[in-house]
Design a protein around this ligand. Structure first.
Ligand code: AR6
Length: 406
C-alpha cells in the first residue's frame, strides 16, 4: 500500500511496513520520557539498531526527554543516519493537552531533520500504540503538522516525509485523513481518474433549542474544524439555526471567509418548519442565479438533538418529505441528517432521507467534533465525485463506529 502527495518540494508519503527497514536519513522513534526503551516501535528500533543507540542515549540524555519533544542520536545498525527519539503523550481522554503535545513532538522531529540537513525522515504513528491516542485524531494531528511545517518553507533539504504504518487499518485511517486534509479525495466511481474539484453549495441547519445549551461550544468548534478542512475549496456556505423559530444566520459566504458559527440555545424544536423554510430559501436563491454562477452540487445538512415539537401545523412531515424528494430527484441535492437522542435513521426515513445519509450521534464533547469530522469527509467526497455519484456519498461504518466508541 502506498499513497503520496507533493507539498512544495517535498513528498509526503504513506507506506505500510516495518519502520526499522526504512532507508532514510532520520528514523523517528516513539519513545518514553525517560528514554528507557520499551515495546512497539521503541523495542524494534533498539533491537534492530543495536546497543550503540541506547549507550548514546544514556550518555547524552541522562534526564530523558520531555513529552512533546524529541532528541537525536545516531542510528546504529539501522539503514539511517539518525534516530530522533520523540516522546508523544499518553492519552488521558483528550483534555490534558495531548493534542498539543503530539503536535509539538512531530514538529520537533521535523525541525531536527531540517537542522541536520536530512533529505528524508520516517515517522511511526506516535502515541497510538501503548499510549492509546485514538488513531483518527492522531492521524489528523500528525498529517496537519507536517503539512503546516512544509507550507511554512522551513523544510530545508527535506525531500521526503514518510509515515510508516504497521497495519492496514492504520494505513487506511492515515490515507483517509490525508485525502481530507488535502481535498484530494477519491472519486468513488473512478479512483484513477477523478474529475475536477467542483463548486458546492453547503447548507447547514443546526438545532439550537434549549437542550443544546451545554454542547453549543462543541458544536461551533466542530463546525469550525469542518470549515478549516475545506477552506481552500470552492464552497459557498449558508448557515441557519432553529429553535421554536427559523433563524437564518448567513447565506452563501465563500468558505474561506466564514469566521464563526454562532449557536444561541433557546426554547423548543421547530424542525419541520425550519427545514422546509431553509430548503425553499436555498432553492430560490439558486434558481435566481444564472446557470454559470450556480454551484454544481448542493449538500444540505440537518443537525438536531431532539424531536420535533414546535412547528406550525401546516409544516407536516409529508410536506418536508415532498420538498426533500423534489430537491433530491430533480436537482440531485444530497441531504444528510444527524440526530442525537433519537433513532436518527428512523426519523430521517420519515423525511425521505435514506439510511445511508443519516446517522445517530452522541451529544457530548467527544462525539460532536467527530460527527463534524464525518460530515467533513462526506464534503470531501462531494467535492471530487462525479455528478452521477452524488447520491452514493454516504456515511460509512467508521463514522458510525466513532459514535459508538467511548
Ligand atoms: N514499525 C512501524 N510501526 C510500528 C512498529 C514497527 N516496527 N511496531 C509498532 N508499530 P508504540 P506509543 C506501531 O506502542 O503509542 C513503548 O514501550 C504500532 O502499531 O510503539 O507512542 C515506548 O517505550 C502503533 O500504531 O508507541 C513507550 O513507553 C505505533 O507504532 C511507549 O511504547 C505506535 O505504537 C510509546 O507508546
Amino acid at each position: 500500500m502506498f499513497e503520496s502527495l507533493q507539498i512544495g518540494n517535498t513528498v509526503l508519503e504513506l507506506v505500510l511496513g516495518d519502520i526499522t527497514e526504512q532507508k532514510v536519513d532520520a528514523v523517528v522513534n516513539a519513545a518514553n520520557a525517560s528514554l528507557a526503551g520499551g515495546g512497539g516501535v521503541d523495542g524494534a528500533i533498539h533491537r534492530s539498531g543495536g546497543s550503540a543507540i541506547m549507550a548514546e542515549t544514556r550518555k547524552k540524555y541522562p534526564n530523558g526527554c520531555p513529552t512533546g519533544s524529541a532528541v537525536p542520536t545516531g542510528a546504529g545498525k539501522l539503514p539511517a543516519k539518525f534516530v530522533f527519539h520523540a516522546v508523544g503523550p499518553r492519552w488521558h481522554g483528550g483534555r490534558s493537552g495531548e493534542a498539543e503535545q503530539l503536535r509539538s513532538a512531530y514538529r520537533r522531529c521535523l525541525e531536527l531533520a531540517a537542522e541536520k540537513g536530512c533529505e528524508s525522515i520516517v515517522f511511526p504513528s506516535i502515541s497510538t500504540g501503548a499510549y492509546g491516542f485514538p488513531i483518527d485524531k492522531a492521524a489528523e494531528i500528525a498529517l496537519r503538522t507536517v503539512k503546516d511545517f512544509l507550507n511554512e518553507n522551513s523544510a530545508g533539504n527535506i525531500k521526503t516525509v514518510r509515515f510508516c504504518l504497521f497495519s492496514g487499518d492504520d494505513f487506511n485511517v492515515y490515507q483517509r485523513t490525508l485525502n481530507v486534509i488535502h481535498l484530494k479525495n477519491v472519486c468513488k466511481t473512478d479512483e484513477r481518474n477523478p474529475p475536477m474539484k467542483s463548486t458546492i453549495s453547503l447548507n447547514i441547519l443546526v438545532d439550537s433549542s434549549g437542550s443544546m445549551y451545554t454542547i453549543a461550544d462543541d458544536m461551533s468548534g466542530g463546525l469550525n474544524e469542518l470549515i478549516a478542512d475545506h477552506r481552500d475549496s470552492d464552497t459557498l456556505v449558508t448557515y441557519s439555526i432553529f429553535s421554536d423559530n427559523y433563524q437564518p444566520v448567513f447565506a452563501e459566504k465563500p468558505i474561506r471567509s466564514v469566521e464563526q458559527f454562532a449557536i444561541k440555545p433557546d426554547a423548543s424544536t421547530a424542525l419541520l418548519e425550519s427545514a422546509c423554510k431553509m430548503i425553499d430559501e436555498v432553492g430560490e436563491r439558486l434558481a435566481a442565479k444564472p446557470e454559470s454562477e450556480r454551484p454544481e452540487k448542493v449538500m444540505f445538512v440537518i443537525v438536531t438533538d431532539g424531536q420535533e415539537n414546535a412547528s406550525a401545523p401546516e409544516y407536516t412531515r409529508a410536506r418536508l418529505f415532498a420538498k426533500i424528494k423534489e430537491q433530491t430527484e430533480t436537482y440531485n441535492w444530497l441531504f444528510l441528517y444527524l440526530g442525537a437522542n433519537q433513532d436518527a435513521i428512523q426519523e430521517a426515513k420519515t423525511f425521505g432521507i435514506s439510511s445511508d445519509h443519516a446517522m445517530d450521534f452522541r451529544a457530548d464533547s467527544v462525539h460532536i467534533p467527530e460527527v463534524w469530522q464525518s460530515v467533513s469527509h462526506r464534503l470531501a467526497d462531494m467535492l471530487y465525485c462525479k455528478m452521477e455519484a452524488v447520491q452514493s456519498v454516504a456515511f460509512e461504518d467508521i463514522d458510525r463506529q466513532k459514535q459508538e466508541d467511548d
